[in-house]
Design a protein around this ligand. Sequence first.
Ligand code: DQA
Length: 139
Amino acid sequence: MKLLFINGVNLNMTGVREKSVYGTQTLDEINGDIAAHFKGDECEFFQSNSEGDICTKIHSAQNGGYDGIVLNAGAFTHYSYAIRDAIACISVPVIEVHMSNVHSREPFRRTSVISEVCKGVICGFGKNSYILAGESFKL
Ligand code: DQA
């Protein structure tokens, strides 16, 4: 399996920001745990705070031989029609993930403009949200 893990805006601050919500591990540490879990697979990790860079990365996956993309778009989830359309541009399946349970938080987090074009949505399991999403591509 070749998997692409994309993290969006502010996810580079994981381990520093709102530790009670997102935990104390850094994104590099979380990515290390994900890579260890998928040790028999090929994993690539990408993070950007730029909406356009995330769209370009999603486009590039079309011809990259990926089996699936695990995308935590961060707050872009809630309003980025550009990322929504980028997902719709490609045939590689994308799973939307969130570390926190977005349905138990502020009302604005219950809106996702990308769910409609994603294969599925996983939220609320911390770093295991990424692992559960990656595993689902093997089912
Ligand atoms: C998040 C949830 C989003 O609402 C928030 O803006 C984030 C992180 C999560 O992983 O729980 O930045 O996607």
